[in-house]
Write a protein that binds this ligand. Structure first.
Ligand code: CU
Length: 154
């Protein structure tokens, strides 16, 4: 009941959203703000809830959209955002994690194709217990930030 209600609420929001269930995981609106045409990299965001009784961990993402894909955290040092690779992101039972601008995110590096608003980018989320889950990252309007400039140190 709770899940159905939540899904209905999502459908009622003005922004296009999509989600899917995978076992006890609820994966909500994987998305990529449209990168500039010249961008070498892009960031991906998603919300994941764990409705089960055991901890889960997101340990990787795979997609033909990028030469390499890693999980990043964002740490502010002296007011400057710096990216650090993450081995995995734990989702405790009953917990929700939000990958979002300024926080943890999926980093797509070496983009293999352009991505414009409305595109659906196929990808596989890799979980320690649930295994591989196929999703699509929706290309959303550009968020105004050129994420690639944050990654000049990579
Ligand atoms: Cu990053």
């Amino acid at each position: 009941m709770k899940r159905a209600l939540f899904s209905l609420m999502l459908l009622g929001t003005p922004l296009a959203a999509h989600d899917r269930m995978a076992g006890d995981l609820h994966i909500i609106h994987p998305s990529i703000p449209a990168p500039a045409a010249s961008a070498q990299s892009a960031a991906g965001y998603v919300t994941i809830s764990n409705d089960g009784d055991t901890p889960e961990e997101l340990i990787g993402v795979r997609t033909p959209f990028a030469a390499s894909t890693t999980l990043h955290s964002t740490i502010f040092e002296d007011g400057i955002a710096r990216m650090h690779p993450l081995a995995g992101l734990t989702i405790a039972p009953g917990e929700v994690i939000n990958l979002e601008p300024g926080g943890d995110h999926v980093m797509f590096m070496g983009l293999t194709s352009p991505a414009v608003e409305g595109d659906m980018i196929p990808a596989t989320l890799i979980f320690r217990n649930a295994g591989e889950v196929a999703v699509e990252f929706m290309v959303d309007p550009a968020n105004g930030a050129d994420h690639s400039t944050d990654h000049s140190g990579h």
